[in-house]
Design a protein around this ligand. Structure first.
Ligand code: NAP
Length: 540
């Protein structure tokens, strides 16, 4: 069954010709759309592309071009403007979303504010049940949700399915943690008073998420916020709003009450909406995942209303291979920690530091693995690595590779783009002989490029690894137990993988230090971002 109104009123698209021009020149999406919003020919073409996607789902009603305000899916913005969502594997438009603004955001805030008193007074068990329902619905619809991720983000279907399950795990985890939001009984220093500290929800929180995990970055925040009794206004990345709407549809079915979760979709008005969320006196907390620059801006904007701000920002992870490492395990982990999602995760390795005695063999082994990758559309079952998210990402990767080569790096594989490629692809690349004057040494590449530096001593490599303003994740390989503790304790990061490249889990606190962020997500600590203590002193 199609939900009425989803396709008929707002779907507008560019012709294939315009879309491929977009891919070619990397025009800002917004500027391309402004001139085409009223063209009825293009309207039906967008409806067609969305209908084609729906036809490939078991439940077509999971796809919609809409925001969600006060329990209603809203398919048109008050300004009448829209923005396009593209398939990064071929640059074609797959959907067109209402470009919402201040008016819609204010409505969503007011709906969440009205919903807060009753939602915050539900019992933990009631909230837990709704989150558990939502978790079950996600798993029941996991194949559809994975396809939606692949269409808008590009990652291979198997990875997308992994993300759906990872995303669902936060609802499962927080449905359980909701019941354990314990306060404290404080031993009183005098006999006439009793002291307790209880934990209460912040209120309405604003959530802003990135495109690289269009499903899991939303559930990681929503799960914790809803578990403690907060209500939410979320803004998904403009590249990947489809996954967010699909989740909201399931949330509605799971029984999330009216007003508790809002979703505003925008591209043109991102800055204004971000500012409103930060400055509104009706919003008590901000949770953001994305780039460090935007995180800093949101932190500044939130100062005047003294909001609690939680930031999951950029990384520049080091991956250290000591001379005593198990090389097979290190290479396998390097493949995972560097090339997952084509290098577009915040905990992806940005700098490989390999002991000089094994640098060449490590480089060769990594090259052999990369040679076996199959790059292509994420919908193709043979694809191991998909496209990057957009033209700008490809350009940044190209810049980093050229910069390294210009400064003397050695190309082991990749580095050459196919002239006939459609979509936003960059070949997985391995560089050796990296030096500290190259961009990759200090800037997050966020793409499929492994740059190998070499080192000789533990002290030297720790200094190199810590010589960055970022501090999200770090990895190292060694069989020396004493060294494992020493290095793990001395890496200036929020998360360390010792002899592993896979560290993410809903049960573990995810987050960074330095300019990689404030606060933690997932785990028991994830609840802290959405609660505050209230101390009660009772005289007897
Ligand atoms: P981004 O440009 O900061 O965008 C992230 C989100 O912020 C999007 O929803 C974006 O909206 C929004 N945004 C952009 N400018 C804004 C503004 N002025 N005010 C309010 N919101 C604004 O980051 P990205 O390029 O999408 O994501 C990549 C970055 O995220 C990388 O640095 C990566 O390391 C980091 N990341 C960190 C984590 C973590 O857990 N630490 C996880 C994933 C990613 P629009 O889409 O509308 O522009």
């Amino acid at each position: 069954m199609l939900r009425p109104g989803f396709l008929t009123t707002t779907a507008v698209t560019l012709s294939r010709g315009r879309a491929s021009q977009a891919a070619l020149y990397g025009f800002p999406r917004a500027s391309l759309l402004a001139s085409s919003t009223q063209n009825p020919r293009l309207l039906s073409s967008a409806a067609n592309s969305l209908t084609k996607l729906q036809a490939q789902l078991d439940d077509p009603t999971l796809i919609a071009s809409a925001g969600f305000i006060d329990n209603e899916f809203i398919t048109a913005s008050t300004s009448g403007k829209h923005f396009a969502v593209y398939d990064p594997a071929n640059g074609t438009e797959i959907a067109r979303f209402p470009d919402m603004g201040i008016e819609e955001t204010e409505k969503a805030i007011q709906a969440a504010k009205q919903a807060f008193p009753s939602w915050s007074k539900t019992t933990a068990k009631e909230r837990s049940t709704i989150l558990r329902n939502w978790y079950n619905l996600i798993l029941e619809n996991e194949q559809d949700l994975a396809k939606i991720i692949t269409w808008e983000n590009g990652k291979p279907l198997a990875d997308a399915l992994g993300e759906v399950r990872y995303g669902a795990s936060f609802f499962e985890w927080f449905s359980e943690e909701a019941k354990r939001l314990y306060g404290e009984v404080i031993p009183s220093p005098n006999r006439q008073q009793r002291m307790v500290a209880i934990r209460q929800p912040l209120g309405v929180v604003g959530i802003i998420t990135p495109w690289n995990f269009p499903n899991a970055m939303i559930t990681r925040k929503l799960g914790a916020a809803l578990a403690v009794g907060c209500t939410v206004v979320a803004k998904p990345a403009s590249e990947t709003p489809l996954s967010a709407v699909a989740l909201y549809e399931l949330g509605k079915r799971a029984g999330v009450p009216k007003g508790v979760i809002g979703l505003v979709t925008t591209h043109h008005n991102t800055k204004a909406i971000g500012k409103l969320l930060c400055e509104s006196q009706d919003i008590s907390g901000i949770s953001f995942t994305g780039s460090t620059n935007v995180g800093k801006l949101l932190l500044k904007q939130s100062a005047d209303t003294v909001k609690k701000v939680s930031l999951e920002l950029g990384g520049n992870a080091a991956f250290i291979v000591f001379e005593d490492a198990d090389l097979d395990k290190a290479v396998d982990a390097a493949v995972l920690a560097k090339f997952r999602s084509s290098g577009q995760t915040c905990i992806c390795v940005n700098r490989f530091y390999v002991h000089s005695s094994i640098k060449d063999v490590f480089g060769e082994r990594l090259r052999e693995k990369v040679e076996k990758f199959r790059v292509g559309s994420g919908m193709d079952a043979n694809t191991t690595h998909g496209p990057l998210i957009n033209k700008a990402s490809v350009e940044k990767v190209r810049l980093h590779v050229h910069d390294a080569l210009d400064h003397g790096a050695k190309l082991l594989i990749g580095g050459k783009e196919s002239e006939n490629a459609h979509g936003y692809f960059y070949p997985p690349t391995v560089l050796s002989d990296m030096t500290n004057n190259m961009r990759i040494a200090t800037e997050e590449t966020f793409g499929p490029v492994a740059g190998i530096f070499s080192f000789d001593t533990e002290e030297e490599v720790l200094e190199l690894a810590n010589n960055t303003r970022f501090g999200l994740a770090g990895y190292f390989f060694s069989k020396d137990v004493s060294r494992c503790w020493r290095v793990a304790e001395n890496l200036q990061v929020g998360m360390v993988g010792v002899n592993t490249g896979a560290i993410s889990s809903e049960v573990a606190p995810f987050g960074g230090v330095k300019e990689s962020g404030i606060g933690r997500e997932g785990a028991r600590q994830g609840l802290d971002e959405y609660t505050q203590y209230k101390y009660i002193n009772m005289a007897i």
